[in-house]
Design a binder for this molecule. Structure first.
Ligand SMILES: Nc1ncnc2c1ncn2[C@@H]1O[C@H](COP(=O)(O)OP(=O)(O)OP(=O)(O)O)[C@@H](O)[C@H]1O
Ligand SMILES: [Mg+2]
Length: 215
């Protein structure tokens, strides 16, 4: 479903990615590990169309996304890709339900409210719909951001250290949630993590070292 071919990326002469090849199947949960500065976030941003490679291709179902113009790329991202970051990046002035609906409103989907409520219910957030992020626990905030990532039924969800900011119980719950979502709705996940337990639970663990994938 998702393929990267010979991805290179440098920043001011620093060669971060030196020929990454990978392929992710539908309904897979793949983890990406590596030391700090190894290029994990850089790779995730390139796979998720938030950044472009200097060389190489990213293909989704044979669409070469790395060659789309900015407008088409933004549309593709909105429709096909979900993101979860270490810090939830929710809008503080909006409620949980409003935050979840934003990516759907952007694409002009008026049916979002019902689906958003259903997602929040699945994620154990019934009764928290009208809370603002500051009125939610860290684990709850992160589950709202999972709902937001899922609202447009993306082909793949990219998560960059999603539990990096959570206590160990909330982290375990979040990790379990990823696998539940894969099992229940067939969601594909690519997860960058320093959490070796999570990395080991994945169907496949990829390690970035010296700019290439070594496993
Ligand atoms: N926009 C940028 N400009 C210049 N250098 C950058 C930029 N983004 C990343 N880098 C550099 O590229 C290297 C890889 O960064 P990246 O964020 O991908 O690492 P990482 O594997 O995600 O690390 P961590 O585990 O600490 O999050 C680092 O040395 C970083 O300083
Ligand atoms: Mg990173």
């Amino acid at each position: 479903m998702l393929k990267a071919e010979n991805i290179h990326k440098s920043y001011n002469g620093l060669n971060v990615l030196k020929g990454i090849d990978l392929s992710i199947d539908k309904e897979e949960v793949v983890s990406i590990v590596g030391t700090s500065g190894a290029g994990k976030s850089t790779l995730l941003h390139i796979l998720g169309t938030l950044d472009v490679p200097d060389e190489g291709k990213v293909l989704f179902d044979d669409v070469e996304v790395s060659s789309l113009n900015q407008k088409k790329m933004a549309l593709f991202r909105n429709e096909r890709i979900g993101f979860i970051f270490q810090f939830h990046n929710l809008f503080p002035e909006f409620t949980a339900i409003e935050n979840v609906c934003i990516p759907a409103l952007i694409r002009g989907d008026s049916d979002a409210d019902k689906r958003a409520r259903h997602l929040l219910e699945i994620l154990g957030l019934s009764g928290r719909e009208e809370h603002k992020p500051s009125e939610l626990s860290g684990g709850e905030q992160q589950r709202v951001s999972v709902a937001r990532a899922l609202i447009n039924e993306p082909s793949v969800v990219f998560a960059d250290e999603p539990s990096g900011n959570l206590d160990s119980q909330s982290a375990d719950d979040l990790h379990q949630l990823f696998f539940d979502l894969r099992n229940k709705i067939g969601q594909t996940f690519v997860i960058v993590t320093h959490n070796m337990e999570l990395a080991g639970m994945a169907d496949r663990k990829l390690e970035i070292k010296d700019g290439i994938i070594t496993t």
